[in-house]
Ligand binder design. Sequence first.
Ligand code: ACO
Length: 309
Amino acid sequence: MSLDNIAFESKIEKEIPIEPKNWMPEKYRKTLIRQIGQHAHSEIIGMLPEANWITRAPSLRRKAILLAKVQDEAGHGMYLYSAAETLGGDRYDLYQKMLKGEMKYSSIFNYPTLNWADIGVVGWLVDGAAIINQVALCRTSYGPYARAMVKICKEESFHQRQGYEAVTVLAKGTKEQKQMLQDAINRWWWPVLTMFGPSDDNSPNSEQSMAWKIKLLSNDELRQKFVNNTVHQVEALGMDIPDSDLKWNESSNQFDHGEIDWNEFMEVIKGNGICNHERIQAKQRAWDDGEWVREAATAYANKQQQKSA
Ligand code: ACO
């Protein structure tokens, strides 16, 4: 082992953050570019299902909240692309890979938001699941990624609370509103559980990522934390979880849940989910329509550079 490698491993062991100028194994760098890049894409694609509801939100207050939330997600994406750039990742290249289907984004954003209850449930459950994962990532071994997560988690926490507040209104509402909420929970519960990735014995990247403390908790540990946290929230709403196998396990002190449909998950990440095509098409269109903005911004930057030279 080289001296550089010994210094790197010692930092990992002592939980001293790895910084952009520090030596790091090539595979560590590539793993991070992959994970941070996919995380950034998820934030950017994740704007679509909610942006779809900004004009239809039921009040000015709800529109303003949703607009702010969707803007936050764009900011998270930019933060994360910047973090990937500190590792030598190229923002343009990463984005093109996502458009070509060569890089993934979170499976959850390939499900449609059919009604207003879905928007509350996305804020509450999807952002709730994202926080569980991202709080752990605040201690990830790569400094810029960990620091980006701290700010992102603060905003995600607001997103989760606004979602829960929106669903409490429906839960206290008319019979139709309650039904609408239950229907949304039924459709989102299982896809949300897959956000944490495949089970540990089917997760090819976990062992190395955990050894390097890129991941602090395994996919199954994060999923379990989410289930344990969320069951009581669903009960407080007077709603049901669509899992007849869900039960409290006295010996392990946690909830056991039913079998996840991993075939569906694999299909979604292969590009065959309900909205995969629509999401990529929307982003490709936005990219093409933005050509003139990129040209104008580049011309302006060149002019400024010439002036200061
Ligand atoms: N959706 C899409 N792809 C997924 C998902 C998912 N929910 N879960 C796992 N995958 C992919 C992995 O990216 C990997 O594919 P790749 O090797 O081609 O890159 C493959 O499935 C196997 O999974 P793992 O070996 O478990 O992959 P990994 O160690 O990267 O763990 C995880 C997956 C937990 C999602 C990790 O990458 C992570 O923590 N990422 C950061 C958080 C994040 O991206 N959140 C996005 C949603 S939150 C939001 O945007 C609001």
